[in-house]
Design a protein around this ligand. Structure first.
Ligand code: DCP
Length: 230
């Protein structure tokens, strides 16, 4: 009967993973993902999982996000290992509603952030190799369902202004250059599609407008988002 209940548990887990719709909201730092998620979070039938930044700022009393910005070559792998874990947890959590929206994904953590640290010479090759092994093992052996990627396409300049405006302590070290390289990787991945496999179809929403116009765009795209998934 132990085996029986174990099998039922696995069945229930698989059933939950495949009978729901999973949407990831992607975009540069300060591109407006949180606003987008909050907007759709007000709808009854959508469960929203925001990016676990608070976890990245406090794991057993340590702040790997702040450490990473202070010394990326030393702490990049520390933050990115933890980001990968928290993303995996979010991907595999069973939603209480039929539709789950989450902020970013395990895919952008690797293809955008880890890649950027490595390419810009801020991450040692050995750290990149270890993270790559982890990522490849996870995505080969664990099924991570994503039905749609909503990409908030915001210019690095706009992100930079919003970043300055919100004054998150850890992020004072971020330069326009940094945002530009993140932007370039996102464009190559989600728009030009010249690098890294796409885990799902992509819906692009322009993200430079003011709040009022953005909320209007989200509303206009509501049906597209739902129908893209059915
Ligand atoms: N970060 C990182 N590596 C990752 C994911 C995120 O270094 N794999 C960093 C970038 C930011 C911080 O974590 O400094 C928070 O990430 P987001 O930009 O996604 O969160 P925001 O709240 O800034 O998003 P938005 O302003 O779009 O709502």
């Amino acid at each position: 009967s132990h085996i029986h209940s174990f099998m039922s548990l696995i069945f229930i887990h698989l059933y939950h993973l495949y009978s729901f719709i999973y949407i990831c909201v992607e975009g540069n730092i300060a591109s407006g993902k949180t606003t987008c998620l909050k907007y759709f979070g007000k709808t009854n039938n959508i469960e929203v999982l925001t990016e676990p930044v608070s976890k990245w700022k406090n794991v057993h009393g340590h702040n790997p996000l702040a450490l990473m910005y202070q010394d990326p070559a030393r702490w990049g792998i520390t933050l990115q290992t933890y980001v990968q874990l928290t993303m995996l947890v979010n991907h595999l959590s069973c939603p209480s509603t039929s539709l789950k929206m989450m902020e970013r994904s395990i895919f952008s953590a690797k293809h955008i952030f880890v890649e950027n640290l490595f390419r810009s010479g801020r991450m040692p090759a050995v750290d990149y190799a270890v993270l790559t092994e982890w990522f490849d093992w996870i995505t080969t052996n664990i099924s991570i369902p994503v039905d749609l990627i909503v990409y908030l396409q915001t210019t690095p300049e706009t992100c930079y202004q919003r970043l300055k405006h919100r004054c998150r302590e850890e992020e004072s070290a971020i330069s326009l250059d940094y945002l530009e390289s993140i932007h370039q990787l996102y464009e190559d991945w989600l728009v030009k599609r010249t690098y890294a496999a796409l885990p799902a179809p992509v819906l692009v929403i322009p993200g430079d407008h003011d709040l009022q116009k953005m909320l209007q765009l989200y509303e206009e795209n509501r049906n597209t988002i739902f129908s893209a998934c059915s």
